[in-house]
Design a protein around this ligand. Structure first.
Ligand code: ATP
Ligand code: PH2
Length: 167
């Protein structure tokens, strides 16, 4: 079993229902145990700024699956929640990013772990730092990176945590 961290984001449709739906699907997937979910944050769009605000959180899971198997599950869950890809970094019902997979490094054309843009994003660093305040990323301590990025990108906690229904 390996502890992995998954970033969740939504800025299209019923954002909260999409995040909740993705968490329920993760919890219901054989080989994945949902351990903890960070608070729910509303965040300014990063990268492509002319779109609606996002809801973001981070989930901690224990996984029997390989990183590639886990990615396939994430893509299936995105598809089941109506995710389409039209514009780079554009609006989406749900986005699931494999942020970290234990201490493993993966560098394949279709999968890079740790997620290459992790340390630039307050919407990832702040919820990740909430779950793992002592974590040190290759770029530095998560708490320090989160504090720095939160001074540059608007991020507001809107709910202490998302209720999870374990199937
Ligand atoms: N760590 C990862 N987690 C999720 N997808 C990844 C990862 N590394 C590479 N990918 C690849 O990225 C592809 C495109 O993903 P997607 O369209 O969701 O990108 P994005 O979320 O808009 O942008 P970003 O990758 O900057 O977060 C996926 O099909 C997947 O093959
Ligand atoms: N605030 C915010 N901005 C984004 C997000 C996201 O989840 N939240 N996801 C992106 C592509 O992964 C691009 N920009």
């Amino acid at each position: 079993m390996t502890v992995a961290y998954i970033g969740l984001g939504s800025n299209l449709g019923d954002r909260k229902a999409c995040i909740q739906g993705a968490l329920e699907r993760l919890a219901g997937t054989p080989g994945i145990q949902l351990l903890r979910v960070a608070s729910l944050y509303e965040t300014a769009p990063w990268g492509k700024t002319d779109q609606d605000r996002f809801l973001n959180t981070v989930a901690e899971v224990d996984s029997d699956l390989s990183p590639e198997e886990l990615l396939q599950i994430l893509l299936q869950i995105e598809h089941s929640l109506g995710r389409t890809r039209e514009v780079k970094w554009g609006p989406r019902t749900i986005d699931l990013d494999l942020l970290l997979y234990g201490n493993q490094k993966v560098d394949l054309p279709h999968l890079q772990v740790p997620h290459p843009r992790l340390a630039e994003r307050a919407f990832v660093l702040v919820p990740l730092g909430e779950l793992c305040p002592e974590m040190v990323l290759p770029q530095g301590p998560v708490k320090e990176l989160a504090e720095l990025m939160a001074t540059k990108q608007d991020i507001r906690k809107i709910e202490p945590k998302v209720a999870v229904i374990t199937i």
